[in-house]
Design a protein around this ligand. Structure first.
Ligand code: ASP
Length: 326
């Protein structure tokens, strides 16, 4: 590994990249970070601003990135007016809200839940799967049973008024078509680097609106919707989960960073791969976020309209990501 990395550095990244089948990037993009930005947290879409505030309370008090990414997305999960995350979100085609979530820490430990109903904080159940069971993933009834055994409250299967109205409108045509770039996209993914230099990530969603009952997206799949490698960096994804799963998107972004790419170049390379593997890429949206061990950040999307919230000691701000399709 070390000798291969050395080879890449000595031979010039562009040439070596071609040899091992990576998209070529300029040397400037792989230059090491000049300084370290930490703590730092970033999360998908505008809803990330409030979530980052929650995470920052932990990070600014020298807390652990794992606690920050859980508490941060808990803010979004608890917002019953959010139509894409948590129990107030848009339902599946049968009118049920089913939730997916995952979490991963600096040791490579991870937990996830999928197709979970009735629970306000699926990411916290995912954390308990990681900490209290020998497993990584629990789904459906089993995940619910585990949550209830661990003191989570069973909430009613009742849609928020806005979601119920939207679902009833959708039922008139019952046409399944993911909507590109709606402001309220369907996931919050969050990645953070704490003051001790450790990385963690989380992801929580109601999945695509009006999906088939039982459909699970990329968000609870470790390596697809989110991935952390404390030696290298962390990444998360949002958008059409089927397209992300086909390329193990977040794992791919982290592996590109391991091979020397900046977070931004890694997100671009992953989007390029995604467009090669998904002929329908012009009709869908996917966005990636990345953060490396030095606190450098990157983002890139298939289409216009993906934004993310970035918070460090200089403040919490919304940033527009670059995109592939013109
Ligand atoms: N990635 C999510 C899913 O496919 C949805 C989204 O982020 O919009 O379930």
């Amino acid at each position: 590994m070390t000798s291969r990395r050395k080879f890449i550095q000595t031979a010039g990244f562009a040439g070596a990249a071609a040899l091992i089948g990576l998209p070529e990037i300029s040397l400037a993009e792989k230059r090491p970070a000049s300084g370290t930005t930490k703590p730092i947290v970033l999360s998908t879409w505008k809803r990330g601003l409030a979530a980052n505030d929650g995470a920052w309370k932990v990070l600014s008090a020298n807390g652990r990135a794992l606690d920050a990414v859980e508490k941060g997305v808990n803010v979004t999960e608890a917002d019953f007016t959010d139509r894409s995350v948590g129990l107030g979100a848009l339902p599946d085609r049968d009118g049920h809200v089913t939730l997916d979530a995952s979490i991963m820490d600096e040791h490579g430990s991870c937990g996830s839940v999928a197709f979970l109903q009735h629970i306000m904080h699926p990411v916290s159940v995912a954390r308990l799967v990681m900490e209290k069971t020998p497993h990584v993933m629990l789904v459906g009834e089993g995940a619910l049973q585990f949550a209830l055994e661990n003191g989570f409250k069973k909430e009613p299967d009742k849609l928020s008024p806005a979601s119920e109205q939207a679902w009833k409108e959708w039922l008139k045509k019952s046409e399944y078509k993911p909507v590109v770039n709606i402001e309220n996209h369907d996931t919050i993914g969050m990645i953070a680097l704490d003051a001790a230099g450790n990385l963690s990530g989380s992801c929580t969603t109601s999945g695509l609106a009006y999906k088939m009952h039982g459909r699970v997206g990329d968000s609870p799949i470790i390596g697809a919707g989110m991935y952390v490698d404390n030696e290298v960096g962390a990444a998360c994804a949002t958008g059409v989960g089927e397209a992300v799963m086909k390329i193990c998107g977040s794992f791919l972004v982290v592996e590109y960073m391991r091979q020397g790419m900046s977070p931004d170049a890694a997100c671009r390379a992953a989007v390029k791969r995604l467009t090669e593997r998904n002929p329908n890429y012009k009709d869908i949206q996917v966005g990636f976020l990345a953060l490396n061990k030095q606190g450098e950040t990157g983002a890139y999307a298939v289409q216009h309209g993906f934004n993310y919230a970035l918070c460090d000691s200089s403040g919490n701000k919304l940033v527009d990501a670059d995109f592939f399709v013109n």
